[in-house]
Design a protein around this ligand. Structure first.
Ligand code: C6P
Length: 434
């Protein structure tokens, strides 16, 4: 039988390799044993279509280590109760575990206050919350929202909806042929009419790491607030929202080795306190009567209804897991993988990597002469190799390059050199069909 107390501590392969102190979450300086860490991910040991799985789609969703899956399972089996409501022990335990995730996320993002961490259903939900609550209550006709050409649809469509409702206007900063943001163009589009700058920290379609600190400074000079879409940065590099000085930062649990259906919105306290609720219901109120209702303070003002408790606890375990390896170490490992993959893919005849940005995260979009991206994806899958193909929910940047689709290999710290070799081998096999 399971030890009922055992579910609260996450011990990783990284702990064994590095002597990580799980109590503090700080990793030691020598390099973790990534071959051992890979063994934490049961799915990576399975076969797909008769071949060992090569998973190169972590930008869509990262895999989950056994430690996180077991933590979620333990909650379901032994700890389940509703949160923030019951006087009984089980409910209090569930509430403690649930709220511990808020502390972990605060630490993970370097936020000043735990009340600045709002639980949402994911990056998409977080951006909608800001667009509708902050945008809906502050934007006036003629105000401007500045986006970029490399945004994910999740950071375009909510702004289009709110612009239509408020009479605000959307401006779009250009991206150059290498996949870098055109900062001169961005500067000319920033003015004292700009109220919100919403941009991606790391592009899911190109891998570009944007110089967000510079952009935040530029936006501040015009009095605009800045939302960072962190869906692709939180999983791959250390993030400190106070150092960045962003106003909002959003990410998804399922891209940081956690479960689906859960995510985070960080928001500066003074902004959140002035924002109206986005959804109404239980949990978010102070007092309800038919004469009028008053609302809770943040974060609860924005968390109506019973939350996905298991998913929240799962994110807490995922963050503990990542911190036991160390985000710096993860970034270094992924940089090695990116360099190796870039070199090896560039040597494949007839293959073109899209973009060559100044700084790139471990995302490699590519096309091949005479072969449609979807055929690349299908034929790789036949060999047990998972990549994503299509427009990756970022159609405007594909339009910018005159492409309807790319194949995208995206890496995480649990990938290996063998995965890269299998990809190259797989692509050579794909070519034999054309
Ligand atoms: N990108 C990809 O394959 P959600 O779906 O809410 O968890 O995340 C949306 C999202 C927002 N911004 C960026 C930069 C993203 O990459 C994503 C999700 C996945 O690239 C699925 S489309």
């Amino acid at each position: 039988g399971a030890d009922v107390d055992a579910g609260t501590n996450v011990v990783t392969g990284a702990d064994m390799a590095t002597g990580t102190n799980t109590a503090t979450g700080e990793s030691t300086t020598h390099s973790p044993d990534f071959a051992k860490i890979r063994l934490d991910f049961p799915v990576l040991a399975r076969e797909v279509n008769g071949r060992p799985l090569v998973y190169l789609d972590s930008a869509a969703s990262s895999q989950m280590p056994a430690q996180v899956a077991e933590r979620i399972d333990h909650y379901h089996r032994y700890e389940h109760a509703n949160v923030h409501r019951g006087i009984h022990t089980l409910s209090q335990e569930a509430t403690d575990a649930f709220e511990q995730t808020r502390d972990r996320v605060q630490h993970f993002l370097g936020a000043a206050n735990r009340s600045e961490i709002i639980f949402t259903s994911g990056t998409t939900d977080s951006i909608n919350l800001v667009a509708h609550s902050y945008g809906g209550s502050t934007l006036r006709p003629g105000d401007e929202i500045l986006l970029t050409q490399m945004e994910h649809h999740a950071n375009i469509v909510p702004w289009q909806m709110i612009a239509e409702r408020t009479g605000a206007k959307i401006l779009v900063a250009d991206v150059d042929e290498h996949g870098n943001l055109d900062l001169d163009d961005l500067r000319t589009k920033l003015s004292n009419r700009t109220k919100i700058v919403a941009l991606v920290h790391v592009s899911n379609a190109l891998g570009t790491v944007n110089p967000v600190q510079t952009i935040i400074r530029m936006a501040r000079e015009q009095g605009a607030i800045v939302l960072l879409d962190g869906a692709q940065s939180a999983p791959h590099q250390p993030v400190n929202v106070q150092e960045l000085d962003c106003d909002f930062y959003a990410f998804s649990a399922h891209k940081v080795c956690g479960p689906t259906g859960f995510g985070i919105l960080y928001g500066k306290k003074e902004l959140l306190e002035a924002m109206p609720p986005y959804r109404g219901g239980g949990e978010m109120i102070s007092r309800v009567s038919f004469e009028g209702t008053t609302y809770e303070e943040p974060p609860f003002r924005f968390e109506a209804g019973t939350p996905p408790i298991a998913a929240a606890i799962g994110l807490g375990a995922a963050i503990e897991y990542l911190q036991s390896i160390g985000m710096e170490q993860i970034a270094l490992r992924e940089r090695e993988l990116l360099e190796e993959a870039t070199k090896k893919l560039a040597a494949v005849d007839g293959l073109r990597i899209i973009g060559n940005p100044a700084e790139r995260s471990a995302v490699l979009p590519f096309v091949m002469d005479g072969i449609h991206a979807s055929d690349i994806g299908t034929l790789l899958d036949k060999q047990g190799i998972a990549v994503r193909t299509g427009h990756h929910c970022a159609q405007p940047i594909h339009d910018r390059y005159g492409l309807d689709a790319t194949a995208r290999a995206s890496f995480a710290f649990y990938n290996s050199s063998e995965d890269i070799d299998r990809l190259v081998e797989g692509l050579e096999f794909v070519k034999t069909f054309f």
